[in-house]
Design a protein around this ligand. Structure first.
Ligand code: ADP
Ligand code: ADP
Length: 228
């Protein structure tokens, strides 16, 4: 589903943030992208989402070269990928419900069709009953749930999130990862970037380590907790 082929990413004239990076992610996988702050995790996610282009090399998503995608195909890519990036904010002057409705209205759904889907998505992330609240009235964990609902409401096959558990305590963080895992179980390929090694240690899942321009495939890990 995702293929990085000898990808380099350099900002300005600096050193390579990513240097000759190659890896693949298959449909249906659940992958953590790990590594220290500033290592290039966000850069990697943005390259997948088509929000940035490689300096050299190729990024394929669903067989399409994201870096060379003609402008008219970009909306399709945007719909195929649910993104939860750090700099994408919820609209604070609108209700949780309206925040989830918006991507549906933008993609041409009628209000009634959108309402059904928005309610279903809100239920899936565990926010039922909080539809009328504005994002700033929600807890940090619930704000993340809302961002997930908004990202998933157009039913993308791929979900990527950048540090979705930042600023959450360990229990809340784990519950948010469980929300992602529930979507992964129904077939959504899921990629989560986090610098939180202790969170990753809880899950038997594939980890890609980003450090010093390189991406190392840690493969599947043995979970720390029993019953995983
Ligand atoms: P992480 O997500 O792992 O914290 P980032 O991908 O945000 O890392 O950043 C990796 C490196 O690339 C950092 O050194 C950062 O300063 C640099 N960088 C990221 N985005 C830009 C940009 N738009 N312009 C210049 N440098 C950038
Ligand atoms: P409905 O058919 O009423 O939309 P569903 O129970 O089929 O309700 O789905 C509820 C919500 O969960 C959807 O609106 C969507 O946001 C999300 N969802 C369910 N399955 C998937 C999937 N395979 N991929 C992405 N999102 C999904």
């Amino acid at each position: 589903m995702i293929e990085f082929q000898h990808v380099h990413k350099t900002y300005g004239r600096g050193i390579d943030t990513l240097a000759d990076v190659s890896f693949g992610i298959a449909q249906g996988e659940f992958v953590f992208v790990s590594g220290p702050s500033g290592a290039g995790k966000s850069t990697l996610l943005k390259l997948i989402a088509g929000l940035d282009v490689p300096s050299r090399g190729t990024v394929l998503v669903n067989g399409k070269n994201v870096g060379r995608l003609p402008g008219r195909y970009r909306p399709y890519l945007r719909r195929a990928i649910g993104t939860i990036l750090q700099d994408v904010h919820l609209l604070n002057d609108r209700s949780a419900y309206e925040n989830v409705m918006l991507p549906l209205i933008v993609t041409g759904h009628s209000r009634s069709a959108a309402a059904t889907r928005a309610r279903a998505a809100i239920e899936r992330v565990g926010l039922s009953g909080k539809e009328a609240l504005r994002p700033e009235e929600l807890s940090g964990g619930d704000q993340q749930r809302l961002a997930i609902a908004r990202a998933i409401v157009n039913r993308p096959g791929l979900l990527i999130a950048d540090e979705p558990t930042a600023n959450l305590d360990r229990d809340s963080a784990r519950r948010i990862v469980e929300v992602f895992r529930a979507f992964n179980r129904v077939g959504v390929t899921t990629i989560l970037a986090t610098h939180d090694e202790s969170l990753i240690a809880d899950y038997a899942t594939r980890v890609l380590f980003v450090n010093a321009g390189k991406v190392t495939d840690g493969g599947k890990r043995t979970p720390r907790l029993a019953g995983e």
